[in-house]
Design a protein around this ligand. Structure first.
Ligand SMILES: Nc1nc2c(ncn2[C@@H]2O[C@H](COP(=O)(O)OP(=O)(O)O)[C@@H](O)[C@H]2O)c(=O)[nH]1
Ligand SMILES: [Mg+2]
Ligand SMILES: [Zn+2]
Length: 289
């Protein structure tokens, strides 16, 4: 039987087989070889006599995000509130480096525009000037911009990520309205909480579209890249790769740096650049164990 892992709690996985949600354990071989099934994985399961399932194969992943840890996302929506809680743009950039590393296209969604001032919106736009990322200001409460956002989900597997309290679950609920799928089964079996999302969960929007609701994060460490390659994960900096005077230019204090010239010319935002420098130093100075 084939299915999709829609939730994982304490070593148990819930697999949507289109006709049922099966509680499954992974075959021992996965643990022995250090492979962990992830929410979003397409899997082959064997039905056991007691009605539970055994995951015997994990199909090749289209993508694999480290944070939130989900498989097969084809796009990411990074959700923040315009204010309340105040957006941490440094956290946003760290997340975007993570999606660039995983090759998952991302868009930025700023929710709660109903309680935002024009200045706040302007300052956020400026912060991402030149980055190329699409930014949407919406209000889940007033349903402003939410239908347009829902259109973007068609045929995709979208991961909604961001800090707690910004409205991710509210959005997921909106996106699931008028859904033809039966999920009564699912909510009973995996006890979908109404409040804080503690585990990533994959939900069906329609036959071809899925969405991950994920727990909020407050910090974000970037692992797996050398400081010298960091700029390659900033689309607006990557464009100028090879244009600096020195190979191995860190784009921080070297003369004739193409990237700092673009910063001066306003093509790269000060916010994105400052976050780059902070992250560069953090990676550079990290103790290697
Ligand atoms: N003012 C306002 N509040 C919102 C909006 N969207 C969600 N909220 C509220 O923000 C709080 C957190 O929402 P929730 O969806 O649980 O956030 P999550 O932690 O990101 O999943 C709840 O009290 C929501 O009612 C919005 O567009 N405007
Ligand atoms: Mg939530
Ligand atoms: Zn440079």
């Amino acid at each position: 039987m084939q299915g999709k892992i829609v939730k994982g709690i304490g070593g148990l996985y819930y697999v949507d087989t289109e006709t049922d949600i099966l509680e499954c354990k992974p075959k021992g071989i996965f643990r022995k070889s250090g492979i962990k099934p992830l929410v979003g994985d397409d899997v082959t399961v064997e039905l056991l006599p007691d009605g539970t399932g055994l995951i015997v194969d994990i199909h090749e992943r289209k993508s694999c995000l480290i944070r939130p840890e989900v498989a097969n996302a084809t796009q990411a929506m990074l959700v923040f509130a315009v204010n309340a809680p105040k957006p941490n743009l440094n956290l946003a950039d760290r997340f975007l480096v993570n999606t660039e590393m995983a090759n998952v296209p991302a868009i930025l969604v700023f929710n709660k525009s109903d309680i935002a001032s024009p200045e706040e919106i302007k300052s956020i736009k400026n912060g991402f000037q030149g980055s190329g990322y699409e930014i949407r200001f919406i209000s889940a409460k007033n349903r402003k911009g939410t239908d347009e956002l829902k259109k973007l989900l068609k045929g995709k597997t979208t991961v909604l990520a961001g800090p707690s309290g910004v409205g991710k679950s509210t959005l997921v609920n909106l996106f699931q309205e008028n859904k033809t799928m039966e999920t009564g089964d699912l909510s009973e079996k995996i006890m979908r909480g109404k409040n804080t999302t503690r585990h990533s969960e994959l939900l069906r929007v329609d036959e071809r579209s899925w969405i991950f609701d994920t727990p909020g994060f407050t910090s974000f460490d970037v692992f797996g890249i050398d400081a010298g390659d960091l700029y390659l994960y900033y689309p607006e900096m990557r464009k100028y790769a090879g244009k600096c005077r020195f190979t191995g230019c860190a784009h921080i204090s070297e003369p004739d740096c193409a990237i700092r010239e673009k910063l001066k010319a306003g093509k790269i935002s000060q916010n994105r650049y400052d976050n780059y420098v902070m992250l560069y130093n953090e990676i550079k100075n990290r103790r290697k164990y």
